[in-house]
Design a protein. Structure first.
Length: 398
């Protein structure tokens, strides 16, 4: 914990400062050793309530790991290596965080303990592996692994974003254009006709009613829309924090195959790299389980870990997960017999990566025609709602 204190030293001068200790009793002992009589003290807010809560991107984490690894490889001590990174980083937010990490290390904390104070910024997986690297003396190997891991994660995320940007953008554009048409075009058209004595079809009544509601709200439509968006966002964040959204992704018919494939990519890549960095299989699986957000996956990894504790092989443990394909399991079985688990996992990762890219391409090719159909139905329904009363009026007159 970090405390701010104010006291009087042996010369009678008032002094103040900050100290990182376990509790307030440890603070008193520390000040007593420094011959300072404490007048008052205050526990500072934890670092994870710091101004910047946004996580560091995978790309920045990969760059950070690469530069830190190179500095350590050159024989530069950890604190000096971090200082060099702080001086040459373009990200102001990350510079401020590194500055605090360096101060924490100087006060006696380890590198991983300093990073733990920024759990909202650094991923738990990153912090846990840094801790393992410090304990085992393999920090450089761990940093090499994480450099590759986070760069692959960045490229995968970028691919998914590029696939989803066009359909989402088109959907929002069409929705806005449709609402503008309902707000302006529909009332203008119906006001030009004598609709009081006309029997309107259901679709026309629906759009006319919606138009009247939007017009009655007027300018309030914008803040109400923003409020609904923020509300949905908060609900999503809450459900995400509870792990519900992750479970939903793995269980619903639309996304479960894609999510399982993504997990297999991440699992094979992380496990092969951790084994290559000197971490045993059981510890690697425990790390992956602890850093996984979906309860669905946690439960299945638990089955595997419990199997290993009973003396099962990795093949038998992974079979209990009920998530991996028979191809993957048989490949793992062969890898265990040959003693080449790391190489086998790397080969499987390449296969899963290709499968994932293929699925994303197929989804893209499927979404585009579906969006065209949606746009046609949406715009077409508005046109039909306007044209049917027009034809009815024309038939009545002639």
């Amino acid at each position: 914990m970090e405390y701010k204190y104010k006291g009087i030293n042996v010369k009678g001068k008032i002094v103040s400062g900050k100290a990182i200790v376990e509790d307030h009793l440890s603070l008193m002992e520390k000040l007593e050793e420094e011959e300072i009589y404490c007048i008052k003290y205050k526990e500072l807010h934890k670092e994870n309530t710091y101004l910047f809560k946004r996580r560091i991107s995978e790309k920045n984490l990969s760059t950070f790991c690469r530069n830190l690894k190179n500095n350590l490889k050159a024989g530069i001590p950890l604190v000096n290596a971090l200082k060099l990174l702080e001086e040459h980083l373009g990200d102001k937010r990350l510079c401020e965080i590194l500055n605090k990490v360096i101060n924490n290390i100087k006060s006696g904390l380890s590198f991983s303990e300093s990073l733990e104070k920024f759990k909202s910024v650094f991923p738990e997986f990153f912090i846990t592996l840094i801790h393992f690297g410090e304990e085992s003396g393999r920090l450089q190997q761990i940093l090499t692994f994480m450099e590759k891991y986070y760069m692959k994660e960045y490229k995968r995320r970028k691919k998914i974003i590029s696939v989803s940007t066009y359909p989402i953008g088109l959907f929002i554009f069409v929705l806005i254009m449709g609402l503008v048409a309902i707000y302006k075009l529909v009332p203008a058209f119906f006001n030009s006709m004598d609709i009081e004595n006309m029997k309107l079809p259901y679709i026309s009544r629906f759009y006319l009613g919606l138009s009247r509601v939007i017009n009655s709200l007027g300018i309030l439509v914008v803040p109400i829309g923003i409020g609904i968006f923020i509300g949905i966002r908060f609900i999503y964040i809450y459900l995400k924090g509870k792990g519900i959204t992750y479970n939903f992704k793995y269980k619903n018919l639309l996304t479960k195959n894609l999510e399982k494939n993504r997990f297999c990519c991440k699992f094979t890549m992380a496990l092969s790299m951790m084994i290559g960095s000197g971490i045993d299989i059981k510890s690697s699986l425990i790390l992956l389980r602890n850093c996984e957000n979906a309860i669905y996956i946690k439960e299945r990894l638990n089955r595997c870990i419990e199997g290993l504790e009973r003396g099962d092989s990795l093949y038998e443990g992974l079979k209990l997960c009920d998530i991996f394909s028979n191809y993957f399991l048989s490949t793992i079985y062969i890898g265990e017999i040959n003693g080449s688990i790391e190489e086998v996992l790397q080969c499987c990762n390449e296969v899963f990566e290709e499968e994932l890219e293929g699925k994303l391409d197929r989804i893209t090719s499927l979404i585009e025609p579906l969006l065209i159909v949606f746009v046609g139905l949406f715009i077409g329904s508005i046109i039909i709602a306007i044209m049917i009363p027009l034809f009815n009026m024309y038939n009545t007159k002639f």
